[in-house]
Write a protein that binds this ligand. Structure first.
Ligand code: SAH
Length: 227
């Protein structure tokens, strides 16, 4: 099954963007996932093709219109579409690796990228959009958030990561941050590699890595240890 990402945006040319390179780009070329970006403006009507308007009740900024966005979503999803429908939004549930893993098992995603002050609430309610945040800060639009989300998902799709084990020991998989890494040269700038890593004793290496991971997590992200 090919993971199908359908993105709705006022800037569809931003896709696949960075996802056309490296791991995700190779997977895209190999047909392991599909990236389709739709221009929301194509569903605007009238002489000026307006996609946004002033907020009901007054205030600053502009709001994406429900009628225009609703038509765009309906066009993309058709009559049957069992993919989750997301809206990138700072009001959403903050994204976690656990949620990324769940999304990567879906047949794909429909992702709406907001702009301006956001989108009319009626389209969120009427089309059951699940709001997803990538962190507690404000971006200028949902596109970079969608690219971030898709990057995290695509690397988990079957056959995308060369060494499948490398997904298992990464930060967050165990509610732990990852241990430090070292490679050649053996000495750099007067700094050496911890002896245990050169010992060839895999059990000792595993123990050391685990200890380091727990220590790092305790120091930087004690909230993860509580989980
Ligand atoms: N007025 C809104 C912010 C709008 S930012 C508020 O205060 O909640 C414009 C668009 O950028 C949003 O509609 C959303 O699609 C996207 N965006 C901004 N920050 C984001 C974040 N942290 N995570 C996901 N999407 C975000």
């Amino acid at each position: 099954m090919t993971f199908r990402a359908s993105i709705l945006s006022l800037y569809p040319d931003m896709f696949p963007g960075p996802l056309g390179h490296s791991l995700a780009g190779r997977a895209l070329e190999q047909g392991k996932w599909v990236c389709e970006a739709t221009q929301i403006r194509d569903f605007a009507t009238g002489k000026h093709k307006n996609v946004d308007d002033t907020p009901a009740g007054g205030g600053a900024g502009m709001v994406l219109r429900a009628d225009v966005l609703g038509r765009a979503i309906d066009h993309v999803t058709g009559i049957v579409d069992n993919r989750p429908r997301l809206l990138m939004s700072p009001r959403g549930k903050p994204l976690t690796q656990e949620q990324v893993r769940l999304f990567s098992a879906a047949p794909g995603l429909v992702i709406v990228c907001g702009r301006f002050e956001g989108v009319d609430q009626r389209v969120i309610d009427g089309r059951q959009l699940e709001e997803v945040s990538i962190g507690d800060y404000i971006l200028s639009g949902g596109e970079v958030a969608a690219i971030t989300l898709l990057d995290a998902i695509v690397r988990l799709l079957p056959g995308v990561m060369g060494n499948d084990a490398s997904g298992v020991y990464e930060s967050f998989e165990d509610n732990l941050l990852e241990h430090p890494h070292y490679t050649k040269p053996a000495e750099w700038d007067g700094r050496t590699i911890p002896e245990v890593l050169k010992s060839g004793n895999h059990k000792k290496v595993d123990e050391w890595r685990r200890e380091q991971a727990v220590e790092l997590t305790r120091a930087r992200r004690p909230d993860l240890l509580d989980k």
